[in-house]
Design a protein around this ligand. Structure first.
Ligand code: G3I
Length: 338
């Protein structure tokens, strides 16, 4: 048991452990190093963490062939010493190409070699320590059907995904390999496309094991919980594990007690959907505290998307998650999934 310091009693991670589901947060390097309340709250409440930025290609391989593992090593050490599972995010993402990669003409063979070296090095270093990798992040275009344009796609071709998963599997055959994306949480054109893409990859024998649904939503506007369950279940029917990987529910400013209550309802609904879905093995929020969230910098006029406020006080959303995880597993018909 992990001692709770707030009025809500049992820490979320103990409830999640009892339900056999992961609960986690994206972790940033700077507060992990410098903010003891951040470390203590993570250790108390979460049984899983994911790298918010420090495992992205531009951070971990800032110059060709030169790796900077400092942030990722610190994260892996923190996970190990607090008995948490670690998700790796992300090996291939159109947004994380550093200058040395973008500002050069590559042949297909050369870029495949870069991909293979990068994945072998990073996955190899954390072999046995990262339970799940977001191998490819956000490959699908949101506006038009098909894969989005990116260096990887344009130079290697659409089979860059197959190669990335194959390289990752070779580097750590026991790690679960995920495809991760946004706007695919509900039943819609993009999630249909994601379904068809993963089904085809599985049919080709590509080692893909899971699908991550990001869930960056507005506190009062998100897919209906039954739609989230149906969508996750159709991926489960393909034999894939599902996870909610980047949940946050941003609130339009000013943040009021009423909006925080509405947000809490949404958090409760989404956690209950995850518990109900057949093969959803974890829910991770994209950050721990509103103090360090990416939201205000990226969405003007929005804030307060997470479970803990800027002073690490649990918000109504935290209490709603606590309640969702406390409901008797047997009466809900869902047993441990991990
Ligand atoms: O650390 C530097 C700081 O030194 C500098 O002064 C400041 C000025 O711009 O930038 C800081 O770096 C920022 C970094 O976040 C750390 O805060 C980068 O500019 C900023 O681009 C970076 O944004 C990250 C974003 O991905 C792009 O990599 C966010 O933190 C991170 O939350 C976000 O995460 C993504 C997931 O990986 C994929 N899904 C969507 C999600 C949200 O966009």
């Amino acid at each position: 048991m992990h001692a709770a310091t707030n009025a809500t009693g049992t820490p979320l991670r103990d409830l999640a452990d009892a339900r056999g589901i992961g609960i986690g947060a994206a972790v940033a390097t700077r507060p992990l190093a410098g903010d003891s309340a951040y470390r203590a709250t993570l250790a108390r409440e979460m049984n899983m963490i994911v790298a918010e930025n420090c495992m992205k290609l531009h951070q971990i391989q800032p110059r060709e062939g030169q790796y900077d593992f400092a942030g990722a090593d610190a994260l892996a050490a923190f996970a190990a010493s607090n008995n948490m599972r670690l998700r790796g995010h992300t090996l291939v993402w159109h947004q994380s190409a550093p200058g040395w990669l973008k500002d050069r003409q590559w042949s297909r063979a050369e870029l495949l070699n870069v991909l293979s070296q990068h994945i072998a090095t990073v996955v190899g270093r954390y072999k046995g320590r990262v339970c799940c990798w977001d191998v490819v992040n956000e490959a699908l275009d949101d506006k038009i059907p098909g894969l989005r344009t990116s260096l990887w796609h344009d130079v290697i071709g659409p089979d860059y995904l197959d190669h990335a998963f194959t390289f990752a599997h070779a580097a750590d055959p026991r790690a679960k390999l995920f495809y991760n994306d946004y706007c695919t949480e509900g039943l819609n054109r993009k999630s249909d496309e994601q379904y068809a893409m993963l089904k085809a990859m599985l049919a080709r024998g590509v080692p893909v094991h899971g699908v991550g649904f990001q869930c960056h939503f507005v506190f009062d506007s998100y897919p209906a919980p039954e739609t989230l369950v149906s969508n996750m279940n159709r991926f489960a029917d393909l034999g894939l594990e599902t996870q909610i990987t980047e949940l946050d529910l941003r609130i339009s400013t000013p943040v009021t007690p009423e909006k925080l209550e509405r947000q809490a309802r949404a958090y409760g609904e989404i956690f209950r959907a995850a518990l109900e879905a057949r093969n959803c093995t974890a829910v991770l929020t994209w950050g721990l505290t509103d103090k360090y969230s990416w939201v205000p910098a990226f969405f003007k006029g929005f804030d307060a998307g997470l479970l803990f406020d800027k002073d690490y006080e649990p918000k109504p959303a935290h209490d709603a998650v606590h309640q969702a995880l406390s409901i008797d597993a047997v009466s809900r018909g869902s047993g441990p999934k991990l």
